[in-house]
Write a protein that binds this ligand. Structure first.
Ligand code: EPZ
Length: 418
């Protein structure tokens, strides 16, 4: 196991180039089995979730060529429709392979992706959409077994604007017979990226980014070369870090409108923020003011994936903040660790009440999930004294070169084996 040793107190200064979005690259990789031609995705981040998705594609029979920044997927020899349990366990978002494997093979088998560190993560909306399209689904012995003589276009109204369910239905609909309409679809920017990718393969998808996505089935999809959007959550993580530590950073590669809800809150906290094209500059000086309430909601609301990181900022802001997590059941696990650093945080159900203290102090803390782990690193960077953050496997799932990028900004952080 590895840990970070962090010496708090340094301001953060400089520019950070943002990686391609994990939550876009994953569905794009799933979509690469929709064609037997070569798919090249540029700027693929070296993170564990991506490596696991590439392993799944290899298991299906795809040939993968990986360089530092590109992934080339040759799906010509894809033969298997089964996604192995040991890999689904590692990567529960592999569930949206169902849509693309069904389109390719008209059958798919995946072990039921259980809950994870942040919640139950049901897949009922995914299965509801696939059933509407004529997919026969049997759930037995912990497996979801799908088959469809023919995928038929359907009108699918989602009870909740689920990102994964929207993506799965899009992947199942691109070569279905007829037109599929997804209503109450997720509006996250990653859905637009998937639409652009699919259309570049010859699909006919429109409406992504709105609550109604329309997919007209086509006969064939061809290979593509594509550069995914920047990771808005990585950008938000660094911006919150600079707000906490003080200083001035510029993120490159993410458009302000993709994290507008966060930027709005950071301005209320007293940060100065300037944006131009895909550059965001944040200046932070002195103690931040608290905001009364932050509620996570689907896009364009405040992103759940930045909730933990923002709570670390609230821990030393002047005043009391209430953070409400509306999407996942157990996304406050970082709170107990922040308390070890001196935070005054009380969690009741879906709400955390955070009374800002002057300064946190260093401590030994444990990362329990991806974004909670990032939140602890940010808190440690702003704290007095030395901290250790152990179990970096969670952080490695979503942040490439995290300590390297932070060091370049002036942070005192090093990675050591425990
Ligand atoms: C995606 O997860 C992201 N993951 C998550 O990022 C992100 O937190 C989430 O969207 C919300 O933005 C990827 O894109 C790989 P959902 P997903 O389906 O698709 C309920 C990270 O840290 N729901 O929009 O699983 C569910 O319980 C990760 O990068 C159902 O009830 O999210 C939750 O309450 C974490 N039934 C809500 O919807 C379903 O069938 C949001 O889930 C599906 C979801």
């Amino acid at each position: 196991m590895e840990k970070y040793i962090i010496q708090g107190g340094n301001g953060l200064y400089g520019r950070v180039d943002i990686q391609s979005a994990k939550n876009s690259v994953l569905p794009l990789l799933a979509a690469s089995v929709l064609t037997d031609e070569q798919v090249k995705i540029r700027g693929v981040p070296a993170i564990a979730d991506v490596e696991n998705m590439l392993r799944i594609l290899t298991e299906l029979g795809c040939k993968i060529r990986r360089s530092k920044s590109c992934a080339v997927i040759d799906g010509a020899n894809a033969v298997s429709h089964e996604i192995p349990a040991r890999l689904t366990k590692e990567l529960r978002s592999s569930v949206f392979m169902l849509g693309s494997v069904l389109t390719r093979f008209h059958r798919a088998k995946i072990s039921y992706p259980g809950g994870c560190d942040i919640g139950l993560r049901p897949i009922d909306l995914h299965l509801f959409g696939l059933k509407r399209m004529g997919v026969k689904i049997v759930e037995e012995n912990g497996y979801v077994i799908c088959s469809a003589e023919k995928l038929k276009g359907a009108d699918v109204l989602l009870d909740f604007p689920s990102v994964g369910a929207t993506e799965n239905i899009m992947l199942a609909a691109v070569k279905a017979e007829g037109v599929t309409v997804v209503r109450n679809a997720a509006k996250e920017p990653e859905i637009i990226d998937l639409q652009n990718f699919l259309n570049a393969m010859g699909a006919k998808v429109r409406g992504a980014g709105s609550s109604t996505v329309v997919i007209e089935g086509v006969k064939r999809l061809h290979g593509v070369e594509y550069e995914p959007m920047g990771d808005r959550i990585e950008a938000g993580t660094f911006l919150i870090g600079a707000a906490i530590c003080g200083g001035e950073i510029e993120t490159k590669g993410v458009y302000a409108e993709n994290i507008a809800a966060l930027l709005h809150k950071l301005r209320e906290n007293g940060c100065k923020i300037y944006t131009k094209n895909d550059k965001i500059v944040l200046q932070s000086r002195g103690r931040l003011k608290s905001v009364d309430l932050v509620e996570t909601t689907p896009f364009p609301g405040f992103p759940t994936d930045l909730q933990a990181q923002y709570a670390s900022l609230c821990a030393t802001a002047q005043g009391t903040s209430i953070v409400v997590e509306n999407l996942f059941e157990t996304r406050f696990r970082y709170a107990a660790e922040l308390k070890r650093m001196g935070a005054d945080i009380t969690v009741r159900g879906r709400a955390a009440v955070i009374r800002g203290v002057e300064r946190l102090h260093g401590a030994l803390v444990t990362a329990n999930d991806l974004r909670g782990g990032a939140a602890l690193v940010l808190a440690a960077l702003g704290a007095e004294g030395q901290s250790s953050v152990v179990d970096l496997s969670h952080i490695d799932r979503g942040y490439a070169d995290f300590e390297y990028k932070l060091k370049k900004l002036g942070a005192k952080i090093k990675r050591v084996r425990v």
